[in-house]
Design a protein around this ligand. Structure first.
Ligand SMILES: Nc1ncnc2c1ncn2[C@@H]1O[C@H](COP(=O)(O)OP(=O)(O)OP(=O)(O)O)[C@@H](O)[C@H]1O
Ligand SMILES: [Mg+2]
Length: 391
């Protein structure tokens, strides 16, 4: 059918035509955002899920809701090699500038700006074009200890937001790439603003290992945050994710074809978009049928292999590749680290650093002690069809 009208949106962070199966997460976030504005406490949240399950899309949605409710927002994606201080600086600067334009918050925003300046200089933030003309306030956010200073800074921003009758929402994507110190400092800072009942909310998103990381970082993180799981869609939601966008375009799909897509994708959002996209293009006319989906599957698998799967595999060194291919040889995960070691003819200890490196790259995680699994759904199938000669 007409590719110009194709409603599906495979791609990192692309807004899906139908945000299926996430009503509860959205409702909870919406409630929390409203409560905070009323001076009531609610938990900050870290969305956890595998690659391509829709975490970024949800964070974007939450940011949009926050703005609708009158929050000032700051959205950050943590890269692997930039400090949290560097990432926060321009965002907090922008929030404070907006607050300083509100009469009732001018003084508090000014004071927060002074803290931000102290913070930037003590953590050697490269301020670029965004310099601050006010003098830093001695003794605030300038100890050089990230936990203390980030807490001071968040408190000042929270006070400024409160004076304006507003709230501040910080959203951080790819939380697993923050260092343990940064994550710990973030947790402490959120805890601090909570204790002071300031209107600050934090929403994070990351790979499943973040739950363990943040538990290590601060033991009270478990009580402080909720960790909504962002998993594959159930059958009903997965069907809606395909059916609804097609119907919205005035077209249709047979039940059999729909079930085929749900089955092949196992309800994983990224795969659903890819299959929907290819099935639409493969079909001559409505309704899209099973033959169309069959044709589309070849194209969908090829596109995923060349894109979604490939970009992740390419980030590994040859030694790391050997490790993940050994995992795939063992079948479907999770895997015992000891089984992988045995297959590679090495000891678990000697492979430890390599395993840790692959975890740091966000390719695998440890769902339980001694176990490992891929963070990318169906990655073992990709490795098997691409690199393992099954004959
Ligand atoms: N609830 C949903 N229903 C249908 N499609 C969705 C849904 N959520 C996300 N998608 C689609 O899935 C794809 C992946 O979404 P997104 O980039 O948000 O995932 P992610 O979890 O952030 O992945 P990564 O861990 O790789 O960053 C996008 O094409 C998006 O349109
Ligand atoms: Mg993402």
């Amino acid at each position: 059918m007409d590719p110009v009208r194709n409603p599906f949106a495979p791609g990192a962070g692309s807004q899906p035509p139908e945000l299926a199966g996430r009503d509860e997460i959205i409702k909870d976030a919406d409630t929390a955002l409203q409560r905070v504005l009323l001076g009531r406490h609610d938990k900050s949240q870290i969305l956890l899920g595998l690659r391509g399950t829709g975490k970024t899309v949800l964070l974007n949605k939450i940011e949009q809701l926050a703005e609708q409710h009158g929050h000032l927002t700051a959205f950050i994606e943590a890269p692997e090699n930039k400090s949290l201080a560097d990432l926060l600086y321009p965002k907090i600067h922008q929030v404070l500038r907006r607050l300083s334009m509100i009469e009732s918050a001018r003084a508090a925003a000014h004071s927060a700006m002074r803290s931000l300046r102290a913070f930037a200089s003590v953590f050697n933030v490269s301020v670029g074009d965004i310099s601050i003309s006010v003098d830093p306030e001695p003794g605030v956010a300038d100890s050089g200890n990230l936990e203390y200073d980030l807490s001071d800074l968040f408190v000042r921003v929270g006070e400024a937001a409160k004076s304006a009758g507003k709230a501040w929402t910080l959203l951080i994507d790819e939380v697993q790439y923050l260092s343990e110190d940064e994550l710990a400092a973030l947790i402490v800072a959120v805890h601090r603003v909570n204790q002071k009942n300031l209107p600050v909310m934090f929403f994070g998103a990351g790979l499943p290992q973040v739950a363990a990381l943040s538990g290590d970082a601060k033991s009270y993180a478990e009580r402080l945050f909720s960790y909504p799981p962002v998993g594959p869609l159930d059958r009903e939601a997965a069907s809606a994710a395909i059916r609804q966008p097609i119907a919205d375009e005035g077209e249709s799909i047979t039940d059999e074809a729909l079930q085929f897509i749900v089955h092949r994708t196992q309800g994983y959002p990224y795969f659903l978009q890819e299959w929907g996209y290819q099935a639409w293009n493969a079909a001559e006319a409505s309704p899209i049928n099973s033959d169309d989906v069959e044709h589309a599957s070849t194209a969908a698998v090829r596109r995923l292999d060349e894109g979604f799967f490939r970009v992740r595999f390419d980030r590994l060194t040859p030694k790391e590749r050997e490790y993940v291919i050994a995992m795939a040889r063992l079948g479907t995960g999770p895997y015992r680290s000891s089984d992988v070691a045995e297959l590679l003819g090495e000891s678990v200890q000697s492979l430890g650093p390599r395993r840790a490196q692959i975890i740091n790259k966000g390719m695998i995680y440890s769902p339980a002690h001694g176990d490992i699994a891929f963070t990318v759904p169906m990655f073992e199938d990709f490795l098997t069809r691409t690199y393992i000669d099954i004959g």
